[in-house]
Design a protein around this ligand. Structure first.
Ligand SMILES: *Cc1c(COP(=O)(O)O)cnc(C)c1O
Length: 366
């Protein structure tokens, strides 16, 4: 019985991905052990922040890094760092930033909701949002024309949530930043490559610790030395409301060290989804296939397409029954209106794929 069931909470099988609403990641035993030990002892937090920053910097190939409680906090803190810098009076004044250099340019197709509004996180750090272009179209001049003496950053979102077409690419944005001496912040919260955007020349890059990295609820900002130093200082200001604990920091570092050494376990992932797909071969009304992530990440999922008429049940009804069952099963349902659900193998605990397959067959009576 899991600790959650002991408190009367329902058991969850997560086949949907790294969903915050389901608790992010279930961490490796080594990560849990690091958190367990960290929780039972004391440490000089300032020293820990600096040391963790060094370790994260090395893994990400950045100059320095700053742990946060999540990527959303990373957004607010990095914006605050650019506006207030290292000036304590300004740090304490935020998010009120009237009269300061506070404008943050963002392409309209990047103005997303990741479970909360990205614009709100920018405002939380004192940023005044300047959206440019249209939802599906931005050109260089939209950005150039929006740049003023109050521009403090251009904010770029690398995410499957963002509009994938019609936006300026990161290299184009970085070039504009360099030409105009404006720092570029990249929100790469759920991305798997933790070096790429630093190497492309972004000034600050933000990651979530609980997504691809499979750490605890945590995150970090990595990037230019001076800016990271300013990020750390925001913990004397708005950052205090987003304090990251010693347990989270140690869990994050431990997860990053495992992540770094992980020979991409794609082969095992592929075998697992292929097994799931095989269980649905030759069943009238179900087309099962292995499908790569739509945003091009090296994630493979088992995709099931239902012929709702033949099966005499709607996809939404299937999803409802999966989620209401015992254990509750959450699949990836972005294409439910096309009769499609996907099973993400990454968050599954051993043996759970069998439970999912059996439950789906039970619901469909096949
Ligand atoms: C998940 C996500 C966030 C928030 O990350 P947390 O670690 O949950 O705070 C921010 N931006 C994007 C693009 C995300 O996908």
């Amino acid at each position: 019985m899991s600790i959650y069931q002991k408190y009367g909470l329902k058991q969850i099988i997560n086949a949907s991905g790294k969903m915050t609403a389901l608790g992010g990641s279930a961490v490796d035993t080594k990560v849990a052990q690091a958190m367990f030990e960290a929780a039972q002892d004391y440490v000089d937090i300032q020293e820990l922040m600096l040391k963790a920053g060094r370790i994260i910097a090395e893994i990400t190939t950045a100059e320095d890094a700053c742990p946060t409680v999540g990527a959303a906090a990373g957004i607010a803190i990095s914006i605050a760092a650019l506006i207030a810098g290292k000036n304590l009076t300004l740090i304490e004044q935020l998010p009120y930033s009237e009269g300061l250099r506070n404008e943050v340019i963002i392409q309209k197709g990047h103005s997303i909701n990741f479970g909360a509004s990205i614009l709100q996180m920018i405002r939380l750090g004192g940023g005044k949002v300047v959206e440019v272009g249209q939802t599906n179209y931005v050109e260089k001049n939209h950005i150039i024309d929006a740049i003023s003496e109050k521009t403090v950053a251009i904010f770029y979102v690398k995410s499957h949530h963002a509009v994938q077409k019609g936006m300026l690419s990161l290299p184009e944005i970085i070039e504009i930043g360099e030409e105009n001496n404006i720092p570029i912040i990249v929100d790469a919260a759920a991305e798997e490559d933790i070096q790429k955007y630093i190497q492309m020349g972004a000034d600050l890059v933000i990651y979530s610790g609980g997504k691809a990295i499979e750490g605890p609820t945590s995150g970090f900002i990595c990037g230019k030395k001076e800016l990271i130093e300013a990020c750390r200082l925001q913990y004397k200001g708005i950052g205090r409301a987003m304090k990251v604990g010693k347990e989270q920091i140690m869990g994050l570092i431990s997860a990053l060290e495992i992540y770094k050494n992980k020979v991409e376990n794609i082969e095992k992932q592929l075998q697992q989804v292929q097994w799931i797909v095989n269980q649905f071969q030759n069943i009238d009304g179900i087309t099962a296939s292995v499908v790569q992530d739509e945003a091009g990440r090296t994630i493979y999922r088992a995709q099931l397409k239902f012929d709702e008429e033949k099966l005499n049940i709607s996809t939404h009804e299937i999803i409802k029954q999966l989620e209401r069952g015992e254990p509750a099963i959450f699949t990836r349902n972005h294409y439910a209106n096309l009769g499609i659900i996907s099973i993400d193998p990454r968050p599954l605990l051993p043996g759970q794929e069998k439970i999912i397959v059996n439950r789906i067959k039970e619901i469909l009576r096949v």
